[in-house]
Design a protein around this ligand. Sequence first.
Ligand code: GAP
Length: 457
Amino acid sequence: MAGLMEAITSLAKRRGIAFQSSEIYGGLRSSWDYGPLGVELKRNVKDAWWRSMVQLRDDVVGLDAAIIMSPRVWEASGHLEVFTDPLVECLNCHQRFRADHLPGVHAPQSGHEEDETTVDMHERPTCPNCGHHDFTDPRNFNLMFKTHMGPVVDEANAVYLRPETAQGMFVDFVTIQSVSRKKVPFGIAQIGKSFRNEITPGNFIFRMREFEQMEMEFFVEPGTDEQWHDYWIEQRRRWYLDLGLREENVRLREHDADELSHYSKRTVDIEYRFPFTDWGELEGIANRTDFDLKQHEKFSGQDMTYFDQDRDERYHPYVIEPAAGVDRALLAFLIDAYREEEAPTAKGGTEKRAYLALSRELAPVKVAVLPLSRNERLTPEARAVFDLVKAEWMCDYDDAGSIGRRYRRQDEVGTPYCVTVDFDTLEDRAVTVRERDSMAQERLPVANLVTYLAERL
Ligand code: GAP
């Protein structure tokens, strides 16, 4: 299925969805830029998550915490000590690799994102670069990006770019609980950048060093945590399916005991059938217990308990954490939506049509307005139609090239509706609306256009 990935990355680059960062300098393998259509798509993924996790609920509130937090946070969370991957160097070509990603190496987990990994290097793995078999012993390499706060570059001023957004929710737990006046069970949600100095980034936007997460920490009474965990696993699985991922391409995978993160009692991953890894992690849903709140209480000296008025007692809530990646979700939606088919042409033949069957909610552009040709009588008419729809949805106006080619361009980026303004429009005040997947066309009065689209979008 390598062809599918090539089609996706080429489409993403050609149409400016996502491409290498700093490309004029040869690119930076692990950083990617989202162009005009990518920005819209990414925003739609984040908005869909926020709508389902915050807006439609009365038990989850939002947070936008700083990326650079006190370095004590990472001592307390355990990241300074155990957020490592095993790094080895080939003794022949001196390339560096993540030991548990080398072919032939046994590691207790695959596709695992976080926490210390132990590997057995006695199975003589092969260097993917030069084919030799001799490596240095694995050494634990901390994945956090380190920098310095202020003008003095010394250890006392060392700070880290956050490797997960979650810690913001833990350190602000008491403040958010009191200002929101929420009672347990309730959650705090955040979307934002995280940074990990991955040894082997790759597979387009699947594994990056700078990426975005959508995480929610749901605080519950101890003893109710297992039911809440099951509840969130199902909620999150549904979210991907409701946004269009095909059920056969999504599965749940229970972490084995030896791959659980240091904070987790149980973790279930939602995996997607990525063409390059077979199954790869989209999201992890962990039962983090009271580990983080207790650690922060220990390291900060602040009381991190919750006062339960109904029970008249204080306790450390347990935490259920659905942790998703924006970029990975976006990649899965792109892959799943990609379709190729033979479509009829105006001249009676057929030609290959590639289109993105993205859900209406995710499509970067909802409506394209296309005057039949660039013409002084049609342009004002088409502009007026554009003004009508752009107030409601993200729209595109395109009058360059043949109408067939313009349809294909919109299909390729998943635009659900194209509205064509032709010479008859000048007489009958009607336009032709073409639907992306069926290519069915319908003629309707301009006066009904917004209502027609609103019913379908
Ligand atoms: N707070 C828990 C946590 O961060 P994780 O499984 O390490 O858990 C959550 O990360 C999600 O973030 C992953 O399921 C994945 O979607 C995304 N993610 C993690 N590392 C990533 C990377 N290097 N590039 C892109 N996305 C990544």
